[in-house]
Write a protein that binds this ligand. Structure first.
Ligand code: GDP
Ligand code: MN
Length: 397
């Protein structure tokens, strides 16, 4: 070895020993110069194409992936019902719709990725679609409602309808003068489950703009409904305004007499009437929250029922709501144990909140509502009537 080669070896050995000495004495220098760190700089980043951060891979519907967090958050759920969320909204409902979807994603759907169907009688704006699309990796579809599913039919005598609206305005009845509200109630009663975007699904969960989900939902209510052969579910039940449905019950009873074959053997008439149907106590399930089976609405009993009611014109001559229409149908055509009260789903639609009373349920659900302020046993709620109805049924069994 010549002198210069020996010189190079000494210098290299000196540099290597300095590197090791500094690596041991200065941690950050060691990390920065480690082989794995240096080679990682040359690997392509997994997020470079998607523009998402490393820990947020692009959605692949076949392999559900859930962001990390505590134990519950990392649950990956593979089993799904044939189900969708459905949201009827106006473009002007954008901000409130964003809030509702953000909450249901947080409390439930980021672990399940059920799809969303948004419906409107006019096309949703690009802004609406853009603002909603970022909230979930689940599929979102935005549909326009066919004209004949929404607008007042020609069979309605507009002069008569207007006279009735004017009277309701005089009497200060909420939405009494609104035609669009009536269109909405009729659509929700008889048409949402027939929309082309809804036809492929069996189960739906109705959500409105500006509602709140107060507790973690740590199981799948759709699968619960399916497994337990439920048809309809609710979180809040209350009295309807008599002035909006003066003739509804009479028509219901006429229909029941015409079609006794549709009345379920173990029905819930007893919840709505204390005299075997002679009069209606106005109790109904609040339909702004619903998880239900569209096969029930699409089936022969409800199809005939809706057609019969629609012919009477009460959606326009009065102001029949989809809540009493759905509720009465569920009470008459489904059996009592096909109707589910979801006590564990903390839910708020202004001005009422259902909050789980049971302390364990409330804690486990990390609920943000105050159980003391739950609507359940408010004077305007029908919950105690429902409890009593269920109790007497149980005793008779
Ligand atoms: P309330 O809950 O009875 O006070 O009635 P809302 O105003 O909340 O209406 C019920 C649902 O229908 C909500 O999801 C609204 O966004 C929706 N809605 C009401 N009116 C219209 C309308 O004219 N067009 C559309 N596209 N949606 C409507
Ligand atoms: Mn509402």
């Amino acid at each position: 070895m010549n002198t210069s080669a020996r010189y190079v070896i000494v210098v290299v050995a000196f540099i290597i020993s300095i590197h090791y000495i500094v690596s041991f004495t200065h941690e950050s220098y060691g990390r920065a110069t480690s082989i794995s760190n240096i080679t990682s700089k040359f690997r392509p980043s997994s997020s470079s194409n998607s523009g998402r951060p490393d820990n947020f891979p692009a959605h692949n519907p076949d392999s559900p992936w859930i962001p990390g967090g505590n134990g519950n958050d990392t649950l990956v759920v593979d089993k799904h019902a044939n189900a969708t969320f459905v949201i009827l909204a106006r473009n002007s409902d954008l901000q409130n719709t964003v809030r509702s979807i953000r909450e249901i994603e947080d409390r439930f759907n980021r672990r399940h990725r059920y799809p969303y169907v948004f419906l409107n009688e006019v096309p949703f704006t690009d802004e609406f679609k853009r603002r909603l699309s970022v909230l979930s990796s689940a599929k979102m579809e935005f549909g326009v409602i066919p004209r004949e599913h929404w607008f007042q039919p020609d069979s309605i005598d507009e002069a008569k309808a207007k006279a009735s609206r004017d009277k309701m305005v005089e009497k200060n009845i909420i939405y009494g003068g609104s035609v669009s509200y009536r269109n909405m109630c009729r659509f929700n009663s008889g048409f949402f489950f027939r929309h082309p975007l809804m036809e492929k699904y069996r189960w739906y969960w109705r959500i409105e703009p500006d509602v709140h989900f107060h507790c973690d939902i740590n199981y799948d209510p759709f699968l619960f409904m399916e497994t337990n052969k439920k048809v309809y579910s609710f979180t809040i039940t209350m009295y309807e305004y008599q002035a909006t449905i003066p003739t509804l019950w009479g028509h219901v009873m006429d229909f029941a007499k015409l079609h006794p074959e549709f009345i379920a053997h173990d029905n819930s008439l007893g919840f709505m009437s204390s005299n075997n149907g002679e009069s209606y106590n106005l109790c109904h399930f609040w339909s702004n929250f619903e998880i239900a089976d569209m096969e029930f609405w699409r089936g022969p009993a409800y199809t005939a029922f809706f057609e019969y009611l629609d012919k009477q014109g009460g959606f326009y001559y009065e102001r029949w709501g989809d809540a009493p229409v759905h509720s009465i149908a569920a009470a008459l055509f489904a059996s009592r144990d096909q109707i589910q009260f979801f006590d564990d789903i903390g839910y708020e639609h202004n001005p009422y909140t259902h909050c789980p009373k049971n302390k364990d349920v409330w804690e486990k659900g990390r609920c943000s509502c105050d159980p003391a302020k739950s609507f359940d046993y408010d004077g305007y709620s029908c919950m105690s009537k429902w409890d009593r109805f269920i109790e007497t049924k149980k005793k008779r069994k």
